[in-house]
Ligand binder design. Structure first.
Ligand code: GCB
Length: 591
């Protein structure tokens, strides 16, 4: 009985529907804009007063049919929120709100006869239930990955309404769990699209260089539907134009010999890809590059590379709200470019697709991560299913992006056998889905004596690249402690220092040992760089962090004011002194 319950809850919660690849390239009808909302902290719109599910919940969007019918809500008279967007920064009363908000949008739609229609969400934080014209469509858990549901049979020709119940309550068994160091932005935070397709259509595809090769493009195209025709696959600039015949499951695979110009930060060359099935044409822009580890070095296109990185949260400068647009992506990446970066660590959850596509165009290498952060419930089966589903959705969306070189399976997870088997299963899943990229995780530091840090976390055995967060000079001693530390590892693998840093309030000046001052942060960076230069197996760094970001944990008045102040830029985009230290260090690393 217990297992039946687990199985049922898992299948309800984690969508079985395949993700539609490259939603931008489809025939889309955007449902962005103003949505009516009802703030519902007691979930009155979902439960009866006996706390049983209410069949006439708010998702019915009911209206009184006569003068005495009592209906205690009215979406059309309710206030509005912009989609996409977090609710916290749109309404003051929602700034710290954690709970349920109902969203409703009415729209007219006329689909072509045999076509199919899907509703696609870029991301909703954290749990959402979707209803169309009063009927349940599907549920999703996890705040940072896309999902879609087919609504062909529920859609009416003419006026329709969609209701989404969004709940961002933090849960101990959630991914992330209740304790994080970032703002729990709630809402429909990324685009909502209706995607109209032919009855049989190209649902997904993979086009990348074959593992360890520079002259073989490999991949597959997956059709969805009943009538599979041949598929035409073209890369005009490489004179590739081939006809592929799908198997009985609608899948066609290919291996093509060719010599593409390789994608790199210096030359982020993208090729136009065209995939055609009957009248449907999908276009993409894809780069080809080789990434591998040999002993303790990382090689991009057979050349050793040092990752001049920075970590960042998905937050917009000045406004400090959830970032989601192309414009936001360009802004954040241009700030990293000014630091002479060639690498960004997108912490601590999958960021929006725009930033990954911009990274492809601008030539940034990317670390992409799932929110397996700190102390997850390692023994809970549905927590694992949840983490694994977020990993699958992240890889499914971004597998064609040459910028992504690392999948990270977590951050600062504490040592235990349960954690090891949880994380190892995630790594197995990532390798199964994508054999070409490198797997990493941000580990914690462990001292074997006061002067020696040893990276020997048993998880290291399963990673390609060791990530490690360290805060020497901040949580761990004073800045000059770094001068005395030696780094060792039991693994013959490259190391990326995935975090170091110190808080500084922009404009607060003092001597270099006065905490919270720009000089203190600058001091930490100077000593860090001296120490990092001595680590022979170091392949890159992504200091914490590009820009000050909101965090409910950071309460110190006048200094933090609910911001983590480890940014090299303030939340208003002002450069702190440490910015220039890092920028110069990176300049010296450019060749
Ligand atoms: C860490 C975490 C990061 C925090 C940072 C800090 O180790 O990975 O999420 O924000 O430290 O500032 O304490």
């Amino acid at each position: 009985m217990f297992w039946l319950f687990i199985l049922l809850s898992v299948s309800i919660v984690f969508p079985k529907e395949k993700l539609i690849q490259n939603s931008d390239a489809r025939k889309i009808f955007l449902l962005n804009g103003n949505w009516n909302i009802i703030i519902d902290p007691y979930e009155t719109g979902f439960y009866t007063y006996r706390l049983t599910p209410d069949n006439n919940g708010f998702f019915k969007n009911s209206k009184p049919k006569n003068k005495y019918e009592r209906i205690e809500y009215d979406f059309d008279k309710s206030e509005k929120l912009k989609v996409p967007g977090d609710w916290n920064t749109q309404k003051e009363k929602l700034f710290l709100y954690e709970g349920t908000v109902w969203y409703k949008k009415s729209f007219n739609y006329y689909k072509q006869k045999d076509n199919r229609v899907f509703i696609y969400f870029g991301a909703v934080n954290y749990n959402c239930k979707v209803y169309l014209n009063g009927e349940f469509v599907g549920e999703h858990i996890g705040g940072f990955t896309p999902f879609n549901f087919e609504i062909s049979d529920k859609l009416i020709s003419g006026p329709n309404f969609i209701v989404v119940k969004v709940d961002n309550k933090r849960l101990p068994e959630g991914v992330p769990t209740i304790n994080t160091d970032w703002w729990n932005y709630g809402g429909i935070t990324r685009d909502v699209k209706l995607i109209e397709t032919d009855s049989t259509f190209i649902i997904d595809y993979l086009v990348q260089l074959k593992k360890n090769s520079k002259d073989k493009i490999t991949g597959w195209i997956q059709l969805d539907g009943k009538n599979f025709d041949d598929v035409q696959f073209k890369i005009p600039e490489l004179n590739i134009d081939i006809k592929l015949t799908p198997d009985k499951n609608g899948k066609c695979s290919f291996d093509i010999d060719c010599l593409p110009i390789l994608w790199s930060p210096e030359n982020p060359k993208l090729y136009k890809i065209i995939i055609q099935h009957k009248d449907e044409i999908i276009k993409d822009k894809i780069g080809f590059r080789k990434i591998e580890v040999k002993e303790n070095k990382i090689y991009l296109n057979d050349k050793e590379i040092f990752l001049r990185g920075v970590s960042l949260h998905e937050e917009v400068p000045i406004k400090s709200s959830r970032a989601n647009s192309k414009k936001n992506a360009r802004k954040l990446l241009s700030m990293a470019k000014e630091l002479n970066c060639n690498f960004v660590r997108l912490a601590h959850y999958p960021h929006n697709e725009n930033i990954i596509k911009e990274a492809d165009k601008l030539g940034f290498l990317v670390w992409s991560e799932i929110p397996v952060y700190w102390t997850i419930h390692w023994q809970n089966k549905s927590t694992f299913e949840n983490a694994s589903n977020q990993l699958k959705e992240m890889i499914s969306r971004d597998k064609n992006r040459s910028s992504i070189i690392f999948w990270s399976v977590g951050n600062e997870t504490p040592l235990s056998d349960e954690r090891l088997s949880f994380m190892k299963s995630l790594i197995d899943t990532a390798r199964l889905l994508d054999s070409t990229r490198l797997i990493t995780a941000a580990l914690e530091t462990h001292y074997v004596n006061p002067k020696t840090i040893m990276i020997n976390d048993p998880l290291g055995k399963y990673l390609d690249v060791l990530g490690c967060n360290e805060y020497i000079g901040w949580y761990d001693g004073l800045p000059n402690k770094a001068d005395t530390i030696e780094w060792k590892t039991t693994y013959d693998k490259p190391l990326v220092i995935s975090e170091f840093g110190a808080d500084a309030k922009f404009g607060f000046h003092a001597d270099s040992l006065t905490i919270w001052s720009e000089e203190f942060q600058e001091n930490v960076y100077k000593h860090q760089i001296k120490m990092l230069n001595k680590i022979s197996f170091l392949s890159g760094i992504s200091p914490w962090i590009l820009m000050d970001f909101r965090s409910p944990r950071r309460t110190l008045p006048g200094i933090q004011d609910y911001f983590n102040r480890k940014g090299l830029y303030s939340n208003l985009g002002e450069k702190k002194k440490a910015f220039y230290i890092l920028k110069n260090f990176y300049k010296s690393k450019m060749n």
